[in-house]
Design a protein around this ligand. Structure first.
Ligand code: HEM
Length: 160
């Protein structure tokens, strides 16, 4: 029988696959493709930094709701929870998750709109120094976020 637990597990898996998967695509495919080549902003918009932002936030909300649901009842005694290996790894995962959310907030607020706006207007046009610096920071934040996401996946595979 289909239970709420099955649905929560499915949505949790779907959300982290969407978020981490799109980060992998962005870092391995999109970023090398656009890196400093004077791609017009319309194209950058089409390639989806802003759209990615919406999916990232939707995933964060789903992960938080389904994660809390799955965690519910596991830490009725917080000190015992923290003493167990499960509790320690889960706490580490949550700390990494919070850092990821903060980095996502920085990227969403500071770069998602400005990068397409300040990108070179015509193909072949040289990017400004300001744009290149912004792009470098954006790539660094995204790389750190991806590394944290992969670390969480590793933690989850050794949790049990
Ligand atoms: C980047 C964010 C996250 C990633 C990549 C992630 C990944 C995973 C993975 C791979 C699993 C194991 C597969 C599964 O059983 O579904 C899992 C399970 C779980 N996650 Fe997450 N998760 C994230 C965020 C969260 C958050 C925010 C919470 C809690 C608020 C949470 C709580 C849980 C719980 C309780 C389980 C079940 C563990 C068990 O089997 O006992 N997760 N997560």
């Amino acid at each position: 029988m289909l239970t709420l637990t099955h649905i929560a597990r499915f949505l949790h898996d779907l959300a982290f696959t969407t978020w981490i998967g799109s980060m992998i695509f962005m870092m391995l495919v999109l970023t090398p493709a656009v890196g400093g080549k004077g791609i017009p902003p319309q194209f950058l918009r089409l390639m989806g930094i802003e759209r990615f932002k919406s999916w990232a936030w939707a995933s964060i909300i789903i992960l938080t709701v389904t994660g809390i649901y799955r965690l519910y009842g596991r830490f009725y005694q917080f000190d015992l929870f923290l003493m167990s290996r499960y509790g320690q790894l889960m706490t580490l995962k949550l700390v990494l998750f919070i850092i990821m959310v903060l980095l996502t907030a920085i990227v969403s607020l500071m770069y998602a709109k400005r990068i397409p706006m300040e990108a070179p207007q015509k193909p072949g046009e040289q990017p400004t120094a300001r744009f290149s610096q912004m792009q470098k920071r954006f790539i660094s934040f995204s790389a750190i976020n991806l590394a944290l996401g992969v670390a969480i996946l590793f933690i989850m595979s050794i949790l049990r």
